[in-house]
Ligand binder design. Structure first.
Ligand SMILES: C[S@@+](CC[C@H](N)C(=O)[O-])C[C@H]1O[C@@H](n2cnc3c(N)ncnc32)[C@H](O)[C@@H]1O
Length: 266
């Protein structure tokens, strides 16, 4: 397996263990993944075919939310758990509107970081940091971000990889406390649904990966937004968050599996 290691794959990663960033990259049609990630993703799609459309709907939410923040005057973004770059990255959307918009990407997966570094090498207003959501210190002291000014902090499809034992609610509260008034938190999260078909098989599969997941109830997800005010329409299924057309929502928004919301600091 390691003989197949491409030049962009850092030595520190275990190619034999599927990883959330690379599984998601495969689901979105990307090429920054390895055989074990693809085998995992195909097994996932067998037990839960909704995983691929759910990933796309999540990504579409991210794009709409960034556009919303940009239109609301936000000029700096922190994308925590940013993933492997794919179509419609935060800096592409934000800098299309405001070329001076600053974007800090943060991920704990080395392939995501290496690919982001390559993509951003000629972009003075965007950078990537290898870091962990549960350790906000380095992000909150990054010279790229002016914390006296409003910022949008994105935590999109990342918190469901962080168990309660790593105290993600406390970490999010630290970000919220550092944000200036007028800032936004943009968040999406897989929702607990005991009657979901394939749920137990998916849980078993993820236990084998380097990033076992945790689903939370809508109440637990709402707690991440403590101290903030939801913008309309509140916490909803991803396609229901400010869709661009009624067709975007479809008849079964719950098939997106993921809740999403954007909230503002007063
Ligand atoms: C499903 S991907 C989501 C990527 C992107 N945010 C999106 O929604 O399109 C989850 C990402 O979170 C990253 N991640 C998981 N746990 C993390 C943590 N504790 N700190 C930082 N990143 C993390 C993974 O490496 C992966 O890139």
């Amino acid at each position: 397996m390691t003989g197949d290691r491409p030049s962009w794959a850092p030595e520190s990663i275990d190619l034999d263990r599927p990883n959330a960033a690379r599984i998601y990259d495969y689901l979105l049609g990307g090429a920054a993944n390895f055989e074990q990630d693809r085998v995992f993703a195909e097994k996932l799609l067998e037990v839960m075919p909704l995983a691929r459309p759910a990933a796309r709907l999540n990504r579409a939410f991210l794009r709409r939310a960034v556009r919303f923040c940009t239109q609301s005057g936000i000029k700096q973004f922190i994308d925590v758990g940013s993933g492997i770059p794919t179509a419609g990255n935060v800096h592409e959307i934000a800098q299309a509107v405001d070329p001076d918009a600053r974007v800090l990407y943060v991920d704990n997966e080395p392939v995501a970081v290496t690919h982001s570094e390559l993509l951003l090498r000629d972009n003075p207003n965007a950078m990537v940091m290898h870091g962990d959501l549960t350790d906000p210190g380095p992000v909150l002291t990054s010279p790229l971000i002016d914390y006296s000014q409003p910022v949008a902090v994105l935590m999109v499809a990342v918190l469901h990889f962080i168990p309660d034992s790593s105290t993600p609610h406390d970490a999010v509260a630290q970000y919220v406390s550092a944000m200036a008034p007028g800032s936004f938190l943009v968040l999406s999260h897989g929702v607990e649904n005991p009657s979901l078909e394939g749920r137990d098989e998916v849980d078993r599969l993820y236990q084998e990966s380097s990033s076992p997941g945790v689903r939370r109830t809508p109440e637990d997800i709402t707690r991440f937004f403590e101290g903030l005010e939801f913008v309309e329409p509140g916490l909803v299924w991803t396609p229901e968050w400010r869709p661009e057309s009624p067709e975007d929502v479809g008849e079964h928004p719950e098939a997106s599996l993921v809740f999403a919301g954007v909230a503002r600091k007063a």
